[in-house]
Design a protein around this ligand. Structure first.
Ligand SMILES: [Zn+2]
Length: 364
């Protein structure tokens, strides 16, 4: 390793040779400094104010020079120090860019690699139909009400004018929570068979006028087949105020069906029965697919039965402390899966619940 040696000869030629030897040693050492730690060591060895090699040059060459040679030696030593400093600075820059290159190589990303594809999800077809229904009624001024899926017998049946042991209860095969025999019937828990209990809860909570829709999941003890499912979705609506008439019911549902299926669609009302409405109707629309000529979705009849509806039975108002002498109202409800099956020409309700992507992707 290079060391600064004492000079015997202070002639210009001898000084130049010694300087040459020093600079080539410096260059060789700078090139050998492989990483930043080695470079710091190299720089300290040469440049340190206290006993660095260049300081030693000052001591051993300049200060030791005899008087007459001092001026000449001083100029050469200064020149030598300038060259050495420039070489160290250049080496420092080189080391820094080499370190940067190493880092860039380590952090480089191959942008030609294929990325990880994450497909975006979409709303389930049934929920999309439900969203469309909701938006039609929200535009008509209805707000959304929700309630529990596990209900009491009271809210699901009794307050909706299904007295205990009333035969109408048998039309809705109910899933009861087990081991409740000791409870009074009205307190027994069940999975709600319709969203109508939300109407009762809403009227208990709000003073009239009331205009709400109740979307949600309902459950019945039905064996699954092409048209039945133990779980499905309903959308019900309720409007209560003074002077609400059957004309309001017809106008509201006619407008809603035209919003959903187009202005050419007609509605038709046939007498029916529900315990909580009087009078009750089944509502059909003229087939939006064939315009009434007859096709598969309408079973060649030109009409499709879509809703149940009616004027709220005054007995129901009695359960929620509404005065049936001053108030009247109408309610309606429809099955969301049924509407979706018709809209998308699906002939098996079970398909909505299998989670088979080949089926669901068709509607994405
Ligand atoms: Zn048709």
């Amino acid at each position: 390793m290079y060391t600064v040696s004492k000079l015997e000869d202070f002639s210009p030629a001898a000084l130049d040779a010694a300087a040459e030897e020093l600079l080539s040693a410096l260059v060789a050492e700078s090139q050998a400094a492989a990483d930043s730690a080695a470079f710091v060591e190299f720089r300290n060895r040469w440049m340190a104010r206290k006993n660095g090699l260049l300081t030693q040059v000052n001591e051993m060459w300049l200060k030791a020079a005899p008087g007459p040679a001092k001026r000449e030696v001083g100029q050469r030593v200064n020149l030598l120090k300038q060259k050495a400093e420039a070489l160290v600075a250049a080496a420092e820059q080189h080391a820094a860019s080499a370190a940067l290159n190493v880092r860039l190589r380590a952090e480089s990303v191959d942008i030609s690699l294929p990325g990880i594809e994450r497909p975006l999800g979409v709303r389930h077809t049934v929920l999309r139909t439900l969203d469309e229904l909701i938006s039609v009624f929200v535009k008509m001024g209805y707000s959304i009400a929700e309630g529990p899926e596990v209900e009491t017998d009271y809210y699901n049946f009794e307050a909706l004018n299904f007295p205990p042991n009333h035969p109408a209860r048998d039309t809705q095969d109910t899933l009861f929570v087990a081991n409740q025999e000791r409870k009074a019937q009205r307190d027994r828990l069940l999975l709600r068979t319709h969203t109508s209990p939300v109407q009762i809860r809403t009227m208990e909570r709000l003073k009239p006028p009331v205009r709400v829709i109740c979307p949600g999941k309902v459950h019945r003890n039905d064996a699954p087949d092409a048209t039945h499912s133990p779980v499905f979705h309903q959308l019900e609506g309720l409007c209560v105020d003074t002077n609400i008439t059957f004309g309001d019911l017809k106008g509201t549902l006619d407008h809603a069906m035209k919003s959903l299926f187009g202005s050419q669609v007609k509605t038709s009302f046939r007498p029916s029965f529900f315990p909580f409405t009087e009078p009750s109707v089944e509502v059909s629309i003229s087939c939006p697919f064939c315009g009434g000529r007859g096709c598969r979705p309408c079973k060649q009849s030109g009409w499709i039965e879509l809703l149940g509806a009616g004027m709220v039975d005054p007995n129901v108002f009695g359960f929620v402390d509404y005065d049936p002498k001053k108030l009247s109202g109408f309610a309606f409800g429809m099955g969301v899966e049924r509407l979706t099956m018709m809209s998308y020409n699906v002939d098996d309700i079970q398909q909505f619940f299998y989670g088979d992507m080949r089926f669901l992707e068709q509607f994405a």
